[in-house]
Write a protein that binds this ligand. Structure first.
Ligand code: IMP
Ligand code: MG
Length: 189
């Protein structure tokens, strides 16, 4: 597989995160925020979004797995790494890279709500359109994208491409080659 084209550029991502960070800063004024990143995909969004929030911020990470490689969600979610701290009484903001089938979030929202945070909100850089999923309130939305498999900016295909600075669409017709990642960087220039 190769990165076929850039869907969202580095500049567009940064501008959007600045907007989302400003909205979070406004909404949580006078409170502290515990941002919870969903590993591994959200580590890049988390790093950039957290720096756009001008408030006392703590960060924690959770790893859940619903994917077993490849491009299709299995629907089975399990906790691979739990939070390091209690969230009771905290203002929790879940930070996601992408919402696809919603399996991950449905599970996470249920699991975290039981722990009685003061507030529980959601920020996601990407939301896939035309996917049937349970309804969630997404307080901080980045981009709505078509139902295509994307990589970059934290998102992987078989653990590769997470470090691309943009969001790219995979070309699902071509076969894999070791030069693919390099090709992806060339696209970015
Ligand atoms: P869900 O289907 O909403 O549960 O999404 C679960 C996870 O699948 C996301 O957090 C991503 O890590 C991954 N994922 C979903 N769609 C894509 C994609 O287009 N590219 C890469 N990873 C994806
Ligand atoms: Mg993820």
């Amino acid at each position: 597989m190769k990165v076929a084209r850039v869907l969202i550029s580095e500049d567009e991502i940064q501008a959007k995160l600045a907007e989302m960070g400003a909205a979070i800063t406004k909404d949580y004024e006078g409170r502290d925020v515990l941002m919870i990143g969903v590993l591994k995909g959200a580590f890049v969004v988390m790093a950039d979004l957290a720096r756009h929030v001008r408030l006392p911020v703590e960060t924690d990470f959770m790893a859940v797995s619903s994917y077993h490689g490849g491009t299709h969600s299995s629907g089975v979610v399990r906790i691979v790494k739990d939070l390091d701290q209690e969230i009771a009484g905290r203002n929790v903001l879940i930070v996601e890279d992408i919402i696809d089938t919603g399996h991950t979030l449905k599970y996470l929202l249920r699991t975290l709500a039981v722990r009685k945070p003061a507030t529980l909100s959601l920020a996601s850089l990407l939301i896939k359109d035309d996917v049937e999923r349970p309804h969630f309130d997404i307080q901080y939305e980045g981009f709505h994208i078509p139902n295509e498999f994307v990589v970059g900016y934290g998102l992987d295909y078989n653990e590769q491409y997470r470090n691309l600075p943009y969001i790219g669409v995979m070309d699902t017709d071509s076969t894999s080659s070791p030069t693919d990642v390099q090709e992806g960087f060339k696209l970015a220039e």
